[in-house]
Design a protein around this ligand. Structure first.
Ligand SMILES: [Zn+2]
Length: 461
């Protein structure tokens, strides 16, 4: 169809409000003693000050001092509410890269085209886009058809146990569950790593699980003047090499099958035949996706050695060497099945393979059905606002706060309407010069407005 008429918004004001939010360094730290919680109190105050209409119209609940739930009552209370999510915390700045930032990371500098700063992409852009959309709709006298809940967590980057998890408990305790949930984790991206020319609107219908394994090679150690044929470090290095040379198998069923179908329809002639005959050409599809890290991450459990240690003195062979390997688990695999496969690949009894103390890994999230009415509703809204993109369901390689909400809706989607400026932007999340385009931000706000306005239209009650 033709693109929807999008609402005009005061983008300059919206840019200023986001800049002000980026100014507040709500930094999550692995070591919670280092977290400056006054910044989170400030951030909450800032939202209340900047969006008085929202706080006067919606009910607000502070969860565990720093997280926030908002409730906008809908006109059709019989229909289940929806939940819009985002998070207010950001990752720290790597001090060594500070001088590589074009603008100081928390300055929230905006030029003609771009808003720069930590959190613009992950995830204050979405948080403020939600606030702007509600603010604008209230100004227009709008009341949503369905009740809308909004949940902003304050510790997504360190697992969400103090924020999203507590918010989920609040909903559970009050018997509230959702028609659908929309959080970060997918978005508008270039189709290149999918092998198509059109932009892709990637909607994650599941997210990968997480597990780290510890590999320990033990031996006798000794003086470096008379080493044996093999050393603990050599044995461990060999095990890691085997793991890297043997990627875990691609899983081409479930959500991935739907992903291939959506992409296949957009591919040039030859690949299109391949996509249409998945049963015949799985090997080839697998090779196309395996050729890029981004493609590989959405079809298989990834293997990433992240820590290695052993030895303390240059003339002593250590009796023990240790490595940590991180796995992002795709639906179809489980923490248990990964351990079995790793044992088989390493195939060396001298290498002990174990879970780090108390960490047994997290299963992947269940797959939200990409043929449901709720998914169709979301993709219709995406097509209205981004008519040139292709909606592609798939699996999010990273984790989100929705991991705490898995029992609160069968329809959990991870998608942001704030598109990327170019392919370099993927590296900027958690990296240097994080940024969003002002045009893209405007569209992101319009996306939420359109979504909220569309609630209750052409939907079965
Ligand atoms: Zn995030």
């Amino acid at each position: 169809g033709s693109p929807a008429k999008l609402m005009n918004i005061n983008i300059q004001k919206a840019v200023d409000r986001l800049s002000g939010g980026v100014n507040i360094p709500t930094i999550s730290q692995m070591n919670s003693a280092k977290i400056d919680y006054t910044q989170f109190l400030d951030f909450n105050r800032y939202l209340r000050r900047e969006f008085p209409k929202v706080f006067n119209t919606l009910e607000s609940y502070t969860i565990n001092k720093h997280s926030l739930i908002l409730k906008w009552s809908g006109a059709q209370p019989l229909k289940k509410p929806i939940l819009l999510m985002a998070h207010m915390d950001v990752v720290p700045i790597d001090e060594q890269s500070l001088d590589q930032w074009t603008f100081p990371p928390f300055s929230g500098t905006a030029d003609e085209e771009i808003i720069w700063g930590r959190g613009t992409m992950d995830d204050k852009g979405s948080l403020f886009a939600i606030m702007e959309s509600v603010d604008q709709l209230i100004a227009n006298g709008h009341q949503p058809a369905q009740t809308i809940y909004i949940a902003f967590g304050h510790d997504e980057e360190i697992g969400g146990n103090e924020g999203a998890k507590k918010s989920a408990e609040y909903f559970r305790k009050n018997g509230i569950d959702f028609d659908f949930i929309l959080d970060e984790g997918g978005g508008i991206t270039s189709g290149k790593s999918f092998g198509i020319e059109k932009a892709v609107a990637f909607v994650a219908v599941s997210e990968k699980g997480y597990m780290t394994l510890e590999l320990v090679a033990k031996g006798t150690g000794g003086h470096s003047s008379m080493p044996g044929k093999e050393t603990t470090i050599g044995i461990l290095a060999n095990a890691i090499t085997k793991l890297q040379e043997n990627p875990l198998p691609a899983r081409l069923g479930g959500a991935t099958k739907h992903m291939f179908k959506a992409i296949g329809a957009e591919m040039k002639l030859l690949p299109r035949i391949i996509m249409g005959n998945q049963w015949l050409f799985e090997g080839l599809i697998e090779r196309i996706f395996s050729s890029s890290p981004a493609g590989s991450a959405v079809i298989r459990t990834t293997t990433a050695p992240t820590i290695i240690s052993g030895g303390i003195k240059d003339n002593v062979i250590p009796a023990q060497a240790m490595a940590m390997v991180n796995f992002r688990i795709i639906p179809g695999d489980t923490p248990e099945s990964i351990v079995d496969m790793v044992r088989e690949i390493v195939d060396d009894p001298r290498v002990e393979i174990k879970h780090p103390e108390g960490q047994f890994g997290r299963k992947p999230a269940p797959i939200s059905d990409p043929t449901s009415d709720q998914f169709k509703f979301l993709s219709r809204n995406i097509y209205d606002v981004f008519p040139s993109a292709v909606v592609v369901p798939g699996i999010s390689p990273g984790g989100t706060d929705t991991k705490h909400f898995l029992d609160l809706s069968p329809n959990i989607y991870r998608f942001s309407g704030i598109g990327r400026t170019d392919d370099s932007d993927l590296k900027r999340v958690h990296g240097i010069d994080e940024r969003i385009g002002i045009k893209a931000y405007e569209k992101g706000i319009q996306f939420y407005i359109h979504l909220i306005e569309s609630l209750g239209q052409n939907q079965k009650l």
